[in-house]
Every structure is written in C-alpha cells, then in structure tokens.
Ligand binder design. Structure first.
Ligand code: PGA
Length: 246
C-alpha cells in the first residue's frame, strides 16, 4: 500500500527534515506502508538525508530528456542523483497550468524509468466530463496515451480533478468502478494478464475518510496533498492504511 505525500509548492528545508524524521519513526510506516514524500525539487536532498529507510522520496515532475538546452527544467537523472526514487507525472495542475498532454506524460514516464525512478502517472476527469457521463471514457483515453508501452513498472494515481483540494470525493462505488476500469485497461495494455500495477486514489484524502477509501480492494494507496503537509495527519492516514493491509 503506497501512501504518497504531494507537497506541491509548499514546505521548507527545515519543515521537510522535521517531517521526514517524524514520519520515519511512525510504526505504520516502518511496517506495512510504502510511504513517499514528494517535496519541491530543491528540498529533495534534505528530505532524503533525514528520511529513514522506510520513507522514500519523490519529485513532482521531470523533463522527458536526460539533459540539454531546456532552461529551467530538471531531468530524471538529476532528481535521482538528489535522492528521489519516485516522480509524480501528469498531475492535473501540470496538465492545466503547464499545458501538459498525455503524449508528453508518456515520454516523461519513459525518461523517469530509464533513470531508475518509479513514475506515478496521474489521470482523472474534470467536473464537466463527470457531469456529461464521460468519466470512464476520459480515463480510458488518458491511459491509452499516457501509459508507455516500453515500461511496466509504474503507479497510476486516479485523481478526479474536481476532488483535488475541494474537500469533495466521489462515492466509494464510483472510486471502485474507476479503479476496476483502470485495472482492466492496464491488463490489456501490458499484455501480461497480471494485475500488479498499484492504482492509488487522490483527491481530498484525509484522516477521516482514508480508512473507508483504502479498504476498497481496488484501491492500493493514496496520493495526498493538503492533508500530507502536517506529519500528524499524514501518519494518521498511514495508520488507516496499515489497518487494511493484511
Ligand atoms: P488534495 O490534493 O489531497 O489536497 O486534494 C491531492 C493531489 O493533488 O495530489
């Protein structure tokens, strides 16, 4: 079960160090949960040096080329060298504010994987798509174009855009239905028949709703934004997760 903290553009070196030390000591993190902290890239090294062996560090984006004339960008090998072992790709905020499309997310996932980072590929429908009854077709389309053919070691994060930072979540039935669809598409895409790709849910996960969402058999973890900033609430979510891991 992966519980991933997405700090977005928040945090300082000091807060990341303190958070990583506290979370690393949590019993839930030390036993059953794969905890990952994705802080801003400039804090990765500090977070990694404060993290115990049960807390992994991730980045929030990477470029699709390993190096070159791309002013302001960071490559996957650079992030790996700083101490990252995961990278969030195609988050809806990057799709919206940076105009990232699925084919770019796909290339980034290949680059990340080549550098030894596990991609966390984000997909999710907008409110408009949901209201038009297009949730599952949107998910299928995003998966078709975002998932690389040549890589199979990744995590998929289902994050309904309208649930991010809003305090709203889909019903448990809705979450289960979308995750089951994702699993089915991945099985066909990878031509393996195997279902080992973790599919995590993100969007307003908090200590109060985590246990019921994570208890769904189709949900293999959570990507947590706002409720991950405080170590105590992130640990509470990890404890909820460890309660449902056998
Ligand atoms: P949220 O963000 O938990 O604040 O809704 C989740 C995310 O954007 O990954």
């Amino acid at each position: 079960m992966h519980i991933i903290a997405n700090w977005k553009m928040n945090g300082t070196r000091a807060s990341a160090k303190a958070w990583a030390e506290t979370v690393s000591k949590s019993g839930a993190v030390q036993s059953k949960v794969n905890a990952v902290l994705c802080p801003p890239a400039v804090i990765i090294r500090d977070a990694a040096s404060a993290a115990g062996s049960h807390l992994a560090i991730g980045a929030q984006d990477c470029h699709h080329e390993p190096k070159g004339a791309y002013t302001g960008e960071l490559s996957a090998p650079m992030l790996q060298e700083e101490g990252a072992s995961y990278v969030i790709l195609g988050h809806s905020e990057r799709r919206l504010f940076c105009h990232e499309l699925c084919d770019l997310v796909n290339k980034k996932a290949v680059a990340a994987s080549k550098a030894g980072l596990t991609p966390i590929i984000c997909i999710g429908e907008t409110l408009e798509e949901r209201e038009k009854g297009e949730t599952l077709s949107t998910i299928r389309r995003q998966l078709e174009y975002s998932l690389p053919k040549e890589v199979s070691d990744y995590i998929i994060a289902y994050e309904p855009v309208w649930a991010i930072g809003t305090g709203k979540t889909p019903t448990l039935e809705n979450i289960a239905e979308v995750h089951a669809t994702i699993e089915e598409v991945v099985r066909v895409h990878q031509l393996t028949g195997d279902t080992s790709t973790p599919v995590v849910y993100g969007g307003s996960v908090n200590p109060a709703n985590a246990a019921s969402i994570l208890a769904l058999p189709q949900v293999h973890g959570a990507l947590v934004g706002g409720a991950s900033l405080e170590a105590a609430s992130f640990i509470a979510i990890c404890e909820a997760a460890s309660g449902v891991v056998s």
